[in-house]
Design a protein around this ligand. Structure first.
Ligand SMILES: [Zn+2]
Length: 131
């Protein structure tokens, strides 16, 4: 098992990941007001029964935002698992080593730049229906 990162670099990145995890968790807590996510959505649905469209849009944004936080949190946890399993810093798509500079900038990344931009490129064009 090859590891291109030094122990010092790894512990730096681990600290960054743990910090990020804490931030995301508290963001999620604040956002949902300590409520269970499903409960939160259900309550808002009940409030919207009279068909106030403006509230619909608010709810969409609300849920989309917590989805993004949850996704980010999932990614951070996955990276921490990789770290524990000594596969951290390797692209999950092609297995290539991800540069330390890239990990330092966003320690939760699990793909190298080319695989990441390929994945984002597809998602982006599907969403925009253009290019
Ligand atoms: Zn790759």
């Amino acid at each position: 098992m090859s590891q291109h990162l030094s122990a010092a670099q790894l512990s730096l990145l681990e600290a960054a990941l743990l910090q990020r995890q804490r931030e995301l968790q508290s963001e999620l807590q604040t956002h949902l007001g300590g409520q269970d996510r499903v409960e939160h959505a259900r309550e808002q649905l009940l409030q919207d029964v009279d068909g106030e469209r403006a509230h619909d849009a608010d709810r969409e944004v609300d849920l989309a935002r917590s989805d993004m936080t949850l996704d980010a949190l999932r990614q951070v946890k996955q990276a921490l698992q990789h770290l524990a399993g000594h596969s951290y810093g390797l692209c999950i798509e092609c297995g290539q080593a991800i540069a330390f500079e890239r990990l330092q900038h966003s320690p939760e990344v699990t793909r190298c730049i080319s695989c990441q931009s390929a994945a984002e490129g597809y998602a982006g064009s599907a969403q925009r229906h253009s290019l």
